[in-house]
Write a protein of this length. Structure first.
Length: 196
C-alpha cells in the first residue's frame, strides 16, 4: 500500500464513526401527523384506528349539525328583525305626531263660543308643532320664489311673460315642495318668468 492509500483509509475510518447507520422503523411507528400506522395484518390495531376515526367523524358531524342549526337560527332572527324594522319604521315619526293629533282633537272639541282669533292662534300653534315634528325627521321646504328654475326641485305650472324678471326666475310658489334630508320628495309647483 502506498502512502496515499493509507491516508485515504485513515480518513474513511474517521468519518465512518460520524455516520449513523440506517434504522428501520418498527411496525406501528408514528406517521408525521402523530397517528399510529398499523400493519395491515393486525386486526386489533385496525379496529382501534377505525373506532378512533369513527369517533372523530361523529364529532365533526355533530359540529356541522350545530353550525347548521346556528346558521338557520341566525337567518330566522335576521329575517324577523328586518320585518320588524320595516313594520315599525315610522314609529318614531308617528310618536312625534301624536301631540299634534291631540291638539287637533282639542281644537275640534273647543267651546263653540271661542273667538275666531283664539281659534286661529290655536290652529297656528298646531301647525308650528307639526312643522317642528317633521323638521326633526329631516323635512325641509324647497326654496322657490326668487330662485332660478331648477327642474330637479321645481315643477313649472305657469309661465309669466311680463318681462319684468330675468328668464327662468321663479315668481310664485303654487304648492310648496319638500326635501327629506337631501332628497327632493316633492318638487315645488311654481310660476316661472319668461322673457319676451
Amino acid at each position: 500500500m502506498g502512502k496515499q492509500e493509507e491516508e485515504n483509509n485513515a480518513v474513511l475510518e474517521e468519518t465512518a464513526g460520524d455516520v449513523e447507520p440506517a434504522v428501520e422503523e418498527p411496525a406501528g411507528a408514528e406517521a408525521s401527523d402523530g397517528e399510529v400506522l398499523a400493519e395491515p395484518d393486525d386486526p386489533l390495531l385496525l379496529r382501534q384506528a377505525l373506532a378512533e376515526q369513527t369517533t372523530r367523524a361523529e364529532e365533526y358531524f355533530d359540529r356541522l349539525a350545530r353550525l347548521q342549526a346556528d346558521y338557520e337560527n341566525f337567518r330566522r332572527r335576521t329575517r324577523q328583525e328586518k320585518e320588524d324594522f320595516y313594520k315599525y319604521a315610522s314609529e318614531k315619526l308617528i310618536s312625534a305626531l301624536l301631540p299634534v293629533l291631540d291638539n287637533f282633537e282639542r281644537a275640534l272639541t273647543a267651546d263653540q263660543g271661542s273667538s275666531v282669533e283664539s281659534y286661529k292662534s290655536g290652529v297656528q300653534m298646531i301647525f308650528r308643532q307639526l312643522q317642528e315634528a317633521l323638521a326633526a325627521e329631516g323635512l325641509a321646504p324647497v326654496p322657490a320664489v326668487g330662485e332660478q328654475f331648477d327642474p330637479q326641485k321645481h315643477e313649472a305650472a305657469l309661465r309669466d311673460e311680463s318681462g319684468e324678471h330675468p328668464d327662468n326666475t321663479v315668481l310664485e310658489e303654487l304648492r310648496r315642495g319638500y326635501y327629506l334630508k337631501d332628497k327632493v320628495i316633492r318638487p315645488a309647483m311654481v310660476k316661472v318668468a319668461k322673457s319676451l
